[in-house]
Design a protein. Sequence first.
Length: 327
Amino acid sequence: MKHYPVMLGEVIAALSPKAGETYIDGTFGNGGYSEAFLKAAKCHVIGLDRDPNVQCRATELAAAYDGRFTLIDTPFSKMDQLDSIEQVDAVILDIGVSSMQLDESERGFSFMRSGPLDMRMSQSGPSAEDAVNEMSRSDLEQIFRVYGEEKRARRAAELIVRARSESRIVTTGGLAELLEKGLGRTGKIHPATRVFQALRIFINDELRELYLGLCAAEAILKPGGRLIVVTFHSLEDRLVKRFIRRRSEAAKSGSRYQPELVQEGPSPSFNENRRSVVKPSEKELAENPRSRSAKLRCAIRSDRPAFIRDDALLPSVPFLEDYGWAA
Ligand SMILES: C[S@@+](CC[C@H](N)C(=O)[O-])C[C@H]1O[C@@H](n2cnc3c(N)ncnc32)[C@H](O)[C@@H]1O
């Protein structure tokens, strides 16, 4: 399937690329955003991706835009820990899986064509097969409920536990089929959709990566630097929205009539543009239906210090470490 960089025009408008500036494209993927930034101005782009398969495309860009593009194979949550990166003018995150990852059945992200039950973006660590065959029923239920927003989470977990007691579940097709048979079709979407989403988020630790990525961006953005995030489902969007709101409203409390109630909070580390949530245009929706749930949010870094990290924005769910699995 053709690769469309989602909401590219809107991302460029939010970024407003300028010569001499440095940007982090934290989710390089097929390089659609990076290439558009490099074309739009004589800027420098540092691409990050935890999928080693993007290397080939990165080599092409490095050759075509000599000296202005580099790729670092690392999760974006660590962008503030790299010696080679100092302060930057923008951080752009396009959260989720790429069309290349989705379309390749060997990667195990999709059940449209059966493949190994893998789903690991970094191609290392535990896989979805490990999660499905080794996690307790109640933990599976919880991740399906929280990460998949699946109403029939308990039933889905029970079906899996029953099936795996007969034989290990090893393919996307096998898992999708047992869920389809056991849950039945109720709406337009395939009954396995939400369970697959939940497993993918769990295995790639996506929500914590997103939260740590936002904190890391806060640490390395220059005053005036832009944070631009494109998300694809409500769990991610809610996290980005709350993060930006918390950090832009920090000191704005109290009342003009009861000034004694004013609470001293940290100074806002971001300025939020209240109308900053943007959705894809009708034209884009017609050309690329996969963009239908995309949302873009942006905020501008202030000159105030970064907040102290607290994990209150993360849902309470089992994490990989609970099983002794490193991310
Ligand atoms: C939706 S695609 C990005 C597409 C890209 N904007 C383009 O125009 O081609 C998301 C990419 O981000 C990568 N990714 C997801 N989570 C990541 C993380 N925590 N750290 C680094 N890369 C990540 C995935 O491997 C995937 O290649």
